[in-house]
Design a protein around this ligand. Sequence first.
Ligand SMILES: *Cc1c(COP(=O)(O)O)cnc(C)c1O
Length: 411
Amino acid sequence: MKAIKEADSEIYSHMAAELERQKSVLNMIPSENYVSPAVLEACGSVLMNKYSEGYPFKRYYQGNKHVDEIEQIAIDRAKKLFGAEHANVQPLSGSPGNAAVFLAFLKPGDKFMGLDLACGGHLTHGSKVNFSGKIYQQVSYGVDEKTELLDYDKIREIALRERPRMIISGLTAYPRSIDFRKFQDIAEEVGAIHLADISHIAGLVASGVLENPVPFTDVVSTTTHKTLRGPRGGLLMCKEKYAKDIDKAVFPGMQGGPHDNNTAGKAIAFKEALKPEFKDYSRQIVKNAKILADTLMGEGIKLVTNGTDNHLLLIDLRPLGIGLGREVALALEEAGICCNANSVPYDSAGPFKPSGLRLGTPVLTTRGMKEKEMEKVGKWIADVIKDYKNRDLIGIVRQKVQDLCDVFPYY
Ligand SMILES: *Cc1c(COP(=O)(O)O)cnc(C)c1O
């Protein structure tokens, strides 16, 4: 960051401090990851100087010879990685990618189904404060109140009754695997488009650790910056028969020029994800999440669905008191463990004072941590949760976190 240091010392000092923060905390936010230096370089490159509205070899500006090649490589790698018939690598992030899918298949006011936010859905799956819930009519489905699992019979029942134009599957805080085949079957039965939003789990899907919906699903959307460990960005994949609709919806429907620097970052991340090491990485993410879950439950901490199939866990703090998520998340942050407060299914405390904590293992696994470290970390988390007002304890855990971070450096 030599040039930044000279040009703008104020921004430089904050960036340097942020780098230090990322190195010295246990980042357990399940939607985050630490990208490779190669991806970082691509995103900060001269490719950001280019305008390239359109698609490879069909552009509105001159000078796209190299950008064409880069975007085509990104497309080809995405198709190979997920076995997709068609891929669009231009969505600027997950939300604009989903917006493009709505634009492609729904008219304003049309009905669609999405997982309730409090049960683990995403804002773009129909939240009232989001375009998806403002412009379109959401019919929500949830998880079963007792098992906290998706109930496919119930989802089918709602779909048959409501006849939505689109059904969205996907999660931000559901710690279990999703039966995408069942969603596709239900969608076909009622004549709806099925959008599988694999934003959180894309890396686990790409490496075959979780089921890949791409070969049989109408449209699949994802971010590239979560378990897939690429730059911030989105990716849409679909059956060939929807290729034109999707491409037109992304550009010119939803966006202007693509961010070519990030497209290059995506291409590099896809190459990394095609390597055998990425399979090992993905398997270790899930192994680590399971050990962490077992450790926490062994300490008497309640987990939503009593465990995990993927990279994330959702702690239910209600046995300790309702609405404690933020307080406990703050205590954990002071102890050097970064996670986020999150609603749990049927949370009576509401979204502003959630009763849960969401955490995951992608970053710790990127740093090389394994089962042994998860047992330690799980014990520290349990200690802080059970005694979150104890300043001395928080200080002791902070030191242990620092020592562990020093053994697993990154950047
Ligand atoms: C993260 C996420 C998104 C949105 O991605 P942004 O890049 O934050 O816009 C959409 N859907 C799901 C399921 C997600 O987890």
